[in-house]
Design a protein around this ligand. Structure first.
Ligand SMILES: Cc1ncc(COP(=O)(O)O)c(C=O)c1O
Length: 440
């Protein structure tokens, strides 16, 4: 058994049947049915039965404010998205080897939000598939095999993507063709984060090349979610991308977390940094819960891949996914959700930074829009992380009907990542509850 500190992040807040009891009822069935890979949140797992907006309702009738889930990004069970899915599913669902107006419209609408050079979108079902394909495209387009990632990155669960996801490793280090660098935070690079980060990326690619792995790709989640959420300074990603390109790598922007307006100031995380990607991967919020994801790139890169390999994905570009995706884009625009993320997220950041001045446990508040990390450390010393208080706070907030998560290498950063429809009043409920919990 490895130490608790080595467990992947979602497991830090996990129900533990040997510690927490509960071999009966639904919990017992879950543990028996799923076996060793079962992960349930909270010391007392919750059976959820319904969702609406930012609220989730449990089987016992209790309601919870969802400040964690970024998949139902436009709100749980948004009626417009549900209606679009139901209507298309009642007419026809089929794979992409037949023509579909909805699918072509979706690809055109989506790629119109990306840099002009990126005009191809391969629709897949999960973020893992999107990143797996991105790695293959990057390898063929660059001729290399080496990847640079961040130290606690998570990019998905296929065999190759697992290689570039240090966060998921319980034992052992990264694969030989992968180098991990710390995320862009001043605690790792000093005050000039952009320069330090780009130097680390350049050195990592040089080391890979020296070991026989020429550069293929530099892949980052552009808000560094599992690393602990590093959003600022805006623009700090650019020099690292330039260093990666100079080494011969393609830049893969993994937008599974920050994409679709979450950061408030842009539709995409790379865009707020002004960094131009070669490949963009996306997923989770793309269908607001309908399983869909995508890998977008320049035609020349996809052509380099297609010279070597074919690609078909049975469920990848079906018209129901397209209907869901179109409805999500409509709702983001009609309800001004990116602007709401900026407004409510700005309010949250301000209140949390104020709380930081009064609560010694808070060593940093980082974020953009509705993606915020509150780092907890002993005596506010960022060099002395406090994952125990973070887990206690997460469970105490759950008791108060507020659901948040953990991020960062040791899971000591509270992760605030609600649906984009969160209101100011709901944001205040979160800060008020956190204030009480940290006082206790
Ligand atoms: C940044 C990032 N990329 C990729 C993935 C993988 O997506 P999926 O679980 O849909 O395969 C995740 C999932 O958490 C993620 O956070």
């Amino acid at each position: 058994m490895t130490s608790a500190e080595a467990r992947p992040i979602p497991e830090r807040n996990a129900f533990d049947p040997t510690r927490d009891g509960g071999a009966d009822g639904l919990v017992g069935r879950r543990v028996r049915n799923f076996g060793a890979t079962s992960v349930l949140f909270y010391k007392q797992p919750i059976e959820m039965v319904r969702g609406e907006g930012a609220w989730m309702y449990a089987a016992d009738g209790r309601r919870y404010l969802d400040v964690y889930n970024n998949v139902p990004s436009v709100g749980h069970c948004h009626p417009k998205v549900v209606a679009a899915i139901a209507s298309q599913l009642a007419r026809l669902n089929i794979h992409s080897r037949y023509l579909s107006e909805a699918v072509e419209s979706y690809v055109e609408r989506l790629t119109a939000t990306l840099p002009a050079a990126i005009t191809n979108l391969v629709m897949v079902c999960t973020g893992s598939e999107a990143n797996d394909l991105a790695m293959r495209v990057a390898a063929h387009a660059s001729g290399g095999r080496g990847f640079v990632v961040t130290a606690t990155a998570y990019h998905g669960n296929t065999t190759s993507v697992n290689d570039i996801s240090p966060q998921a490793l319980i034992r052992g280090g990264p694969a030989a063709h992968v180098r991990a660098v710390p995320p862009p935070g001043p605690e790792f690079y000093g005050p000039d984060v952009a320069a330090g980060f780009s130097r680390a990326v350049a050195e990592a690619f040089a080391d890979l090349a020296a070991k026989g792995f020429p550069a293929a790709g530099f892949i980052v989640d552009t808000i560094f979610s599992s690393d602990g959420i590093y959003a600022d300074p805006v623009g700090s990603l650019q020099p690292a991308v330039a260093a990666a390109r100079a080494a011969g790598a393609l830049f893969i922007a993994d937008e599974v977390q920050p994409g679709f307006g979450r950061t408030g100031d842009a539709m995409w995380g790379f865009a707020r940094h002004g960094a131009e990607p070669d490949i963009v991967t996306m997923g989770k919020p793309m269908g607001n819960g309908f399983p869909m994801a995508g890998m977008a790139t320049r035609p020349a890169h996809l052509a380099a891949f297609a010279e070597h390999e074919g690609y078909f994905n049975t469920f990848g570009a079906n018209p129901v996914a397209a209907a869901a995706g179109l409805a999500v884009l409509d709702v983001i625009a009609e309800e001004g959700l990116q602007q709401n993320a900026a407004r409510v997220g700005g309010h949250l950041l301000e209140r949390l930074r104020d709380l930081q001045t009064r609560r010694p446990q808070i060593s940093a508040v980082r974020g953009a829009g509705l993606f915020i990390g509150v780092e907890l450390s002993r005596d506010g010393d960022i060099a002395d992380p406090d994952p125990d208080t973070a887990i206690a706070a997460i469970n105490a907030l759950r008791e108060r009907g507020i659901l948040i998560g953990a991020a960062g290498r040791l899971g000591n950063t509270l992760k605030i990542r609600p649906p984009l429809c969160l209101s100011i009043e709901q944001a205040d409920m979160v800060v008020d509850a956190l204030t009480d919990v940290l006082a206790a």
